[in-house]
Structure formats: C-alpha cells, structure tokens
Design a protein around this ligand. Structure first.
Ligand code: NAD
Length: 475
C-alpha cells in the first residue's frame, strides 16, 4: 500500500474516490501536500446503506469472532506503524515519536476494548419465571472525530461500536483525513464489507451525516459549539448522542511540592502536542508561596523546548495543526497584549508554517479571555492563590468540567480538594493518564455521555429485558 499517494474512502469494503477533493495542508509549511475525497451526498447514502446491510450479519456474528477481528485490527496498526506515523506527522505536525505513540495508543485501545466483558443480569430464575437483561447492538453509528488526535479518538468510537455488534460510518476532520482513510483501507481486509466505512469531506459533510435518519447513534468529539449543533440535529430522529467536547482544565499546585519535578510534569501536561489536547492543563493555579519559583522553572523549560517541523530530529513541539486554530490562538495572544497582560515566551519558532511560541501569561485577572476560554494552543495562564476554598471556587468557575489535576505531597488534602471539583476526571500528582477500562465523561459544557470503560461500551448498546414465564413448560 502506498501511504503517501491515493487517498480513498472505504465504502462497502471498496476503495472509493470522489469527483471533488479537499486539499490537505502540512501545517509545518502551510502548503498543500495531498488531497482527500470530498464525499458526495450519494456516496454518503451508499455508505449508510452498506452499513445498514452489514449490520444484519455483523450483529449476528459471534462475539468471540468480533473480538478476534478487533485483535487483528490492532496488530495491523502495529505492523504499519512506521508509514502511518510519517504520514501522521505530515498532515498533523506532531513530531514523529508522538505520532508513533498515537498509533500505538490506538492499537492498545482496540486490544483492550476487544477483551471487555459484556454484562448480563439475571434478576430472577425461579420455577415461575426467568427475568434477565442482555445488552444488544443498536444499529449504524455515525462517528465524527476531531483533528487533535485523529486516529486514537476515532478508535475510541469504532472499537466499542464494532465490539457491540454495530456498524460504523466514520468521518475524520477535514484538516486530518489522511491517516484515518489509510486505516479504513487497512481494516477493509479485516472487517466484512460495510462494517466500517470511512468517508471524508469538507464542512458540509458533518451536518449531512448528523441529519441522516439511517444512524441510530452519533458519537462526536469536537468543540462545544459544534457539539450543540450535533445535538440539535440528532433531536430530529431522537438519535442517541455521545458528545466529548471542550475543556479548560485547572491544575492546582500546593506549596509542599518539589518545584523542579512538578514543573516538568506541568510543562508536559500544558504544552505537549502543542497544547492541542482536550485534557491539557489550561489554567494553572499556583500557591503564592511557590508561584515565582514554579513560573521561573517553567520558563526555563520553555526556553529550551525546540519548536519546529515534527519531521525534523530533536523537535519537541510541532506547529498548530491548522490555520483556523492558529488564527484563534494568535488572536488570544493579541488580546492578552491589548489588555497589557504580562506574557513570557519560550524559544523562538520558525516563521513559515503555523508556529506559535510557548507562551506563559503571568497572573492575569480571572476574567481575562485567556483564562475564560479554551486556548487549544500553547498559551498558559498562571494564576496565584492563597486559600484552598478560594482556588476551588475559581477552578469550578468555568463553563467546562472535563478534568483537573492537584499537586501536593499531602494526599489526604489533595483528595479533599479533588472531591470538590466539578469535573469528570481528576488526577492527583499525575495528569493526562487515560485508560480504556476507565470511564471518561465531561461535565457541564464538556460533554454528554461517556467514552471508555464499561459505561462507554454500553453507550453503543441497548438494554433488552426478557421476561420468560415457565408456567406452561411445567404442565
Ligand atoms: P470541531 O467541532 O470544529 O470539529 C469536530 C468534527 O466535527 C470535525 O470532524 C468536523 O468536520 C465536524 N463538524 C463540524 N461542523 C459540524 C456540524 N455542524 N455537524 C457535524 N459535524 C461537524 O472541533 P475540532 O476543532 O476538530 O476539535 C477541537 C475541539 O475538540 C476542542 O474544543 C477540544 O477540546 C475538543 N476535544 C474534546 C475531546 C474530548 O474527549 N472531550 C477530545 C479531543 C478534542
């Protein structure tokens, strides 16, 4: 398979081109380097029809067989990790090592999901009756992925949906369609035709999908603004929805920490993947006793962090993935300058491409845009605090509720703070650790429903309760 040429959709098991195409940019240069198909309405119809047809046989395929196909899919990703990672770096910008990690994470995720038990409940099994609940597949799933982790976040949807016995039409972001299209092509040798369809296209394709009556469920990861539109569109047919949306995660750093050690971890959680992570640290609350020391330690790391083309050796942080996001982040920095906030920037960045230097905003007011909004780029506000009650109130004062972290040697005190935070995931002395067996769910405007863990798997299934009367069999 050629990984750098010919990007096709997978519809009903066939590699499918389209008359129109969308341009794909390398964010490290800002130049077009490939094209992806722009799915027509008729091609979307074919994909949904193929998925509907395949659903009848895939849901009847023994669970053990579905598990085996998923395990094969994970192995296939690993076998192709090198070309996929290089392609990933070109379309996404992330340094090759991180790109390999993305593919490896996706493989690991599929393997773990493939082994998840599906529960059954028996409430009564007496002489009179048997009452039980089993979980069954629901139909065709519409999976819509964002550009920040295009492969692994698609897998978060596809793996549980397929294990459950559903079929899928997957759409990557128009900014990062290529690796996902190649994964569709690779997997077409593993799953029967129509079980996993991958379509790509421009801005019109997402709404076309969410309006389509053929889908039983929409699983969406992206921004809160788009998530609202997806939910509105799903209401038409009362489709089920899972929405994983934006975040503005707080980290709370207590005065008893080891500054140098925690600075490394905070820098990682705030800036890795050029801060384009839903659960990145986006508001850093630091106790006044260590504020200056931690700020200086972070600045020292920032000054040494190499920002550049992810295809080059030694680069830690790549560009912002796309021009639209780049413009947003630049505007946020300009706004901070207009407000005369104190900005400290890290190592200089290349002029060409969508590069932004690591930027720390030194103790801005709580109502600054850079504190209220999700930057989704390397701009981190650091905020002083002196009392725990005050910092808990400020951390919770956000429309988002995705995740948070607390840093302290006093685990009891840290746990007490964790309990007061209105978020779906909280880390103590660690951060960005997500597992396939552990539910991940945003609160407030960070989302609706759950991904991962048994709760996440069951979002792709419906409980079906059976009441069986045994009275007649006894006579
Ligand atoms: P986005 O909302 O712009 O796009 C997400 C996807 O939705 C893309 O595939 C896009 O083409 C599609 N889309 C756009 N308009 C649509 C519409 N009207 N109907 C249906 N689909 C439509 O988001 P993005 O910029 O790709 O991703 C960044 C955002 O995603 C950030 O806010 C980030 O926090 C969030 N995110 C959340 C999680 C999570 O798990 N909570 C994970 C990653 C990213």
């Amino acid at each position: 398979m050629d990984f750098f040429d010919l990007f096709n959709m997978t519809i009903d098991g066939a590699q499918t081109a389209s008359a129109k195409r969308i341009a794909v940019y390398n964010p490290a240069t800002g130049e077009v380097f490939a094209h992806a198909p722009d799915c027509t309405p008729a091609q979307l119809e074919s994909a949904v029809a193929a998925a509907e047809k395949a659903f009848r046989s895939w849901r009847a395929t023994p669970l053990e067989e579905r598990r085996a196909r998923l395990i094969e899919a994970a192995a296939c990703l690993r076998r192709n990790i090198d070309p996929l990672a290089h392609l990933f770096t070109r379309e996404h910008g992330r340094p090759v090592e991180g790109a390999r990690q993305e593919i490896e994470d996706a493989a690991r995720w599929i393997e773990a999901v493939a082994q998840m038990p599906i529960p059954e409940h028996v409430y009564e099994d007496s002489d009179a009756q048997r009452v039980e609940t089993r979980y069954v597949a629901i139909g065709v799933v519409c999976a819509i992925a964002p550009w920040n982790f295009p492969v692994s976040l698609a897998v978060w949807k596809v793996a549980p949906a397929l294990l459950a016995g559903n079929t899928v039409v997957l759409k990557p972001s128009p900014f990062t369609p290529l690796c996902t299209l190649k994964v569709g092509e690779l997997f077409s040798a593993i799953f029967p035709p129509g079980v996993l369809n991958v379509v790509s296209g421009g801005d019109q394709l997402g709404p076309l999908m969410t309006q389509h009556p053929g889908f039983a469920k929409i699983s969406f990861t992206g921004s809160t603004a788009t998530g609202k539109r997806v939910m509105q569109s799903a209401a038409q047919d009362l489709k089920r929805v899972t929405l994983e949306l934006g975040g503005n995660d707080a980290a709370i750093v207590m005065p008893d920490i080891d500054v140098d050690e925690v600075a490394q971890k905070i820098f990682f959680s705030s800036f890795i993947n050029t801060a384009q992570i839903c659960v990145a640290t986006k508001r850093l609350y630091v106790h006044e006793a260590i504020y200056d020391r931690l700020r200086d330690a972070l600045v020292a790391i920032a000054k040494n962090a190499v920002v550049g083309d992810g295809a080059e050796q030694g680069v830690l942080l790549g560009p912002i993935q796309n021009k639209r996001q780049y413009d947003r982040v630049i505007e946020l920095i300009k706004d901070a300058r207009r407000q005369r906030l104190a900005l400290i920037q890290g190592a200089s960045v290349p002029v060409k491409g969508y590069f932004v230097p690591v930027t720390i905003v030194d103790n801005p007011p709580d109502d600054a845009r850079v504190v209220r909004e999700e930057a989704f780029g390397p701009v981190l506000p650091m905020l002083r605090f002196s009392s725990v009650d005050d910092v808990v109130r400020r951390a919770n004062d956000s429309e988002f509720g995705l995740a948070a972290s607390i840093w302290s040697k006093d685990l009891q005190a840290a746990t007490a703070i964790a309990e007061q935070l209105d978020v779906g995931t909280v880390w103590i002395n660690q951060v960005i650790n997500l597992r396939p067996d552990t539910p991940f769910a945003g609160r407030k405007k960070s989302g609706l429903g759950v991904e991962n863990g048994l709760d996440g798997l069951l979002e792709y299934m419906a409980p079906k309760s059976t009441y069986l009367s045994k009275a007649q069999t006894r006579t």
